[in-house]
Design a protein around this ligand. Sequence first.
Ligand SMILES: *Cc1c(COP(=O)(O)O)cnc(C)c1O
Length: 365
Amino acid sequence: MNRVYNFSAGPSMLPMPVLEKAASELVCYGNSGMSVMEMSHRSPDYEAIIKKAEADLRKIMNIPDNYKVLFLQGGASTQFSSVALNLINRAPSKKGLYAVSGQFSGKAYKEAVKMGINAKCIATTKDDNFDHVPTITRDMVDQDASYLHICFNNTIYGTKYGYIPDCGDVPLVADMSSCIISEPVDVTKFGVIYAGAQKNMAPAGLTLVIVREDLLGLSDESIPTMLDWKTMADNDSMYNTPPCYAIYMAGLVYEWIAQLGGLEVMKEMNVKKAKLLYDYLDSQDYYIAPVKADSRSMMNVTFVTGDADLDKKFASEAAAAGLKNLKGHRSVGGMRASIYNAMPYEGVEALVAFMKKFAQENPKK
Ligand SMILES: *Cc1c(COP(=O)(O)O)cnc(C)c1O
């Protein structure tokens, strides 16, 4: 069977060269005589794998030495509670700020409230169906707060911050699950960056946390050990068994990006893909792109026909034509094309060609 163009939001496509390399090493890794899946995480072979993955990530993201890189489990959703538990004591106010720009940032906020934390929502675009991200200005960020949490790219709604909010001295915490390593980002502008790996990095099971060192060790003693970033940092992500195979796969992805020329090159490719799709959307009126221009995501592109039955027909006929998983998130409907790093330009070309054909064949009443 031929491979399809998979527009899934996550788990999602992985680069072909990465899958092929993994396949070639699946049964026997190097001279180890075993699969990476079968290795002790404390073995020299595995140690080299995780070290190289971190080094390559540091290189492509230009992560400064005063940031720790953690390879964890539990998904981005576990970080909703970890963020609050690790950071809430940073300032005497013990207040966490949140900007709610979609479902995941809303969940992060609700998780803090649920834990009894003094969480304050300083901005939301809920009343506009999250069709853009909030404008966060310095004066909105209480300077006595422990942190500000944002979701940098909103996977479900297809929006992204086109700017990095100026928080003054308050650490900015960003959920970058669906935009991590899609383009260069100035890590020094953030206190913490975290991401579930299954969108743009690796198979599911791995969560990446990049945290500035001065933000470690601030939690209450009672913090669950597994949620304590300091424990994980002190043990090089090996306090317990890490998600070994997913880290190996992430390492292959980082290596692939480095070989292509790094995140500048990645960005160029991603801009080109997104432009092709948005330019088409802007050139016609059969499909509607609900996201405001200044908030458009380069990774998740949402559109609707305006007719729920047509949307359904679109997704199923596209799937039959080898363009899979274009149905929007179950909570918002419509269509969503996730065009992460691994989606080739040809995949977006095929999508646009299909969209044109579908519009012709299915005139609106
Ligand atoms: C998918 C996603 C999550 C949830 O990730 P899990 O790893 O499934 O917990 C959180 N935030 C964003 C932005 C996402 O895209």
